[in-house]
Design a protein around this ligand. Structure first.
Ligand code: IPE
Ligand code: IPE
Ligand code: MG
Length: 248
């Protein structure tokens, strides 16, 4: 059952939404709180956004939680973010599983603390047959790192150069099997990609809002989907409406 307004037909609902959950630090700063308080508020919001995604009938959700560049933040913040990831799994896994959410990870798991790795792998294994929503968590993820990793494996496997094409490269990315994002949402107003899904975003539509991540609510999510539904995705061609109008 979907909760979309009647004016959004299912074929205009994105199959895959990706979110750059940005602005937690500024949210905390505005309240005179430590940055980690912003990350905690952001996590609470994530729980609401996951539920809304299921209700809206979006099949894939990818969330940018920690980038390969975020290691450069103060140790206290990095350690806090690692703890938050573990706490989220501990607190939410049972319910997410019951709701039919399949958890996946994109990025480099092997660079994380062994205890975190174990938790993530357990969550992935437990939920692997769920089909209602595929939730990709980008944690220690970088788009360039993903492409470098793909090239290394392609070369190591001795794949002949003339067999390397778009489709093959896509199969060597962390997102193997996941359709490219139709819509990318970035909160907190920054107009940049910050190393997120740089290959997969080739023809994604964007929704950028000044709202800080902890304040990005279901109603604004709905507006983002409505905006998406009104976009004309041309993929470098001319719009289908124009073609019909020109007797071409
Ligand atoms: C996004 O919020 C969360 C992570 C990068 C982990 P930020 O922490 O980047 O918040 P701002 O951009 O400093 O406000
Ligand atoms: C992108 O946000 C990474 C995540 C949301 C996890 P950043 O806050 O790290 O990006 P920049 O530094 O503003 O580009
Ligand atoms: Mg930021």
């Amino acid at each position: 059952m979907t909760d979309l307004p009647a004016n959004i037909p299912p074929e205009k609902t994105p199959r895959h939404v990706a979110m750059i959950m940005d602005g937690n630090g500024r949210w905390a700063l505005q309240r005179g709180l430590p940055r980690l308080a912003g990350h905690k508020a952001g996590t609470e919001n994530l729980r609401r956004i996951i539920r809304a995604t299921v209700e809206f009938g979006v099949k894939y959700l990818t969330i940018y939680a920690f980038s390969t560049e975020n290691w450069g933040r103060p140790a206290e913040e990095v350690n806090g973010l690692m703890l938050i990831l573990q706490n989220v799994i501990d607190r939410e896994l049972k319910e997410l599983h019951a709701e039919g959410v399949q958890l996946r990870h994109i990025g480099r798991l092997e660079r994380l603390d062994p205890a975190v790795q174990k938790k993530v792998l357990r969550a992935i294994d437990l939920t692997k047959n769920n089909q209602r929503l595929i939730l990709n968590v980008a944690f220690n993820y970088g788009g360039r790192d993903e492409i470098v990793n793909a090239i290394q494996r392609i070369v190591k496997e001795g794949i002949p150069a003339d067999e390397v094409n778009d489709e093959l490269v896509s199969r060597y990315l962390f997102t193997v099997g996941v359709p490219d994002p139709d819509l990318i949402v970035r909160t907190s107003g920054e107009l940049r990609i910050s190393n997120f899904l740089i290959w997969q975003a080739a023809y994604s539509e964007w929704y950028v809002t000044p709202t800080l991540w902890p304040d990005f609510d279901k109603e604004e999510y709905r507006r983002a989907l409505q905006t998406y539904a009104n976009r004309d995705r041309r993929y470098g061609k001319v719009s289908s409406g124009e073609l019909q109008g020109s007797n071409a």
